[in-house]
Design a protein around this ligand. Sequence first.
Ligand code: AMP
Ligand code: MG
Length: 491
Amino acid sequence: MSKNKSIIKTGWNLDHSYLQLPGAFYTRLNPTPVSAPTLVLFNDPLARSLGLDADALDGEEGAAIFSGNHLPEGAQPLAQAYAGHQFGHFTILGDGRAHLLGEQITPSGERYDIQLKGSGQTPYSRRGDGRAALGPMLREYIISEAMHALGIPTTRSLAVVTTGDPVFRETVLPGSILTRVAASHLRVGTFEFAARTRTIDELRSLADYTIQRHYPGVETSENPYLGLLQEVIKRQAVLIARWQLVGFIHGVMNTDNMALSGETIDYGPCAFMDTYSPDTVFSSIDHQGRYAYGNQPYMGAWNLTRFAETLLPLLHPDQPRAVTLAQDALAEYSALYQRHWLEGMTAKLGLFTQETDDESLVQELLKMMQDHGADYTNTFLVLTFAETENTPMSDTTEFQQWLAKWQARRARQEQPIAAAQKLMRDNNPAVIPRNHQVEAALETAWKENDPGPLHRLLAVLEKPYAHTPEQAAYAAPPAPNTRPYQTYCGT
Ligand code: AMP
Ligand code: MG
């Protein structure tokens, strides 16, 4: 009876399918308690969709649970083992500062990992302190929720707490924990860990588990492991195309940061591009531009190749045959990516139909944006709302010629102009989480102890395709003389 009461009270319904994997894939351990947990952000609608009692959790009880001080009903915390290629170099990693509490089964029967990030050291911490600072956790909350609102597959953020304990980085910062909700935390790096350090049977268990959890449709196919590879490739092609369409730069596309579910994961040095330029990099540690905006599709292919390599022993007993199967699957990626990207781009231009010259129409526009330092998001808004005098390219003949060509192209489709404008509104966000605005909101929230601007920013990011008057204020790009924005990793 008392057990039922507690389930009714907060709605936890945790399952632990990950524990069915061989023991080498995880270590069971509890989060390290913190001194004085305080709930800073709580995602009420997300909590409700998970079947949690949002009212009961939005306060002290939530602070205790989302800090790791109290385990929710049925939790069996663990840290996951994985590996990864970081900037091209293989390393053994694992959750160095995260604890999976369990998998919440929602009222509609979906399964979501509930993970604390910044919750203390684990056997995989290497030299890290297992902790996280408030700024980056708030940033992950804002950007992951903005990505979700933009319609892009992503892990979600349920809560941010401060711990009451300092963390020591370049300066002393307030300690914090983020509660992350994910379809799973299976990564390309989880397979690299299995392939490099475990037996083939253990690798197979992992592959079977991944299929069961994310791709049950391939279970009955002739070669389910090839099916798994093909499906992961498809989802990544779609995901990265969608990043490109909104100007999202992940910043650290290491193989441990590529989720097999096809969700965007691990918001570290990520940021949205303002001025269009394919070589845009924000991360302070990405000196070579490996993860620059324009490189993301290629890095996706690179990571998928690492994934395919791990599957070779499962694809076919004859290695050359396995390699051919993997190569054929990988060869599909660029066409899949290109198709999704072009479909998205033409929708941004209000085009319902396809014509052979559409890609050059898009490329010409992008080239002009780059040459004239135009803002990526706002250029599409200017086209959407026919305010074409408002771009740095407006006075150029090439832009005027391009506009004429685009309008003629739009007129060649049977859909009325109003339908094209609606398509554009639905595909061109009024607002993205711009770095300068995110930083300003974080600064006020955390240094001046005023969460008002942060909540207002979160509210305008919730419906990016609404195009409300309040959103217009957030569309402003940074002042031209602002020093190039840099983001920092792993803090
Ligand atoms: P990331 O750059 O966030 O993908 O992290 C790379 C690896 O470093 C992962 O294995 C993390 O768990 C680990 N890591 C990052 N920060 C810390 C920290 N403060 N303490 C322990 N491990 C960490
Ligand atoms: Mg990571």
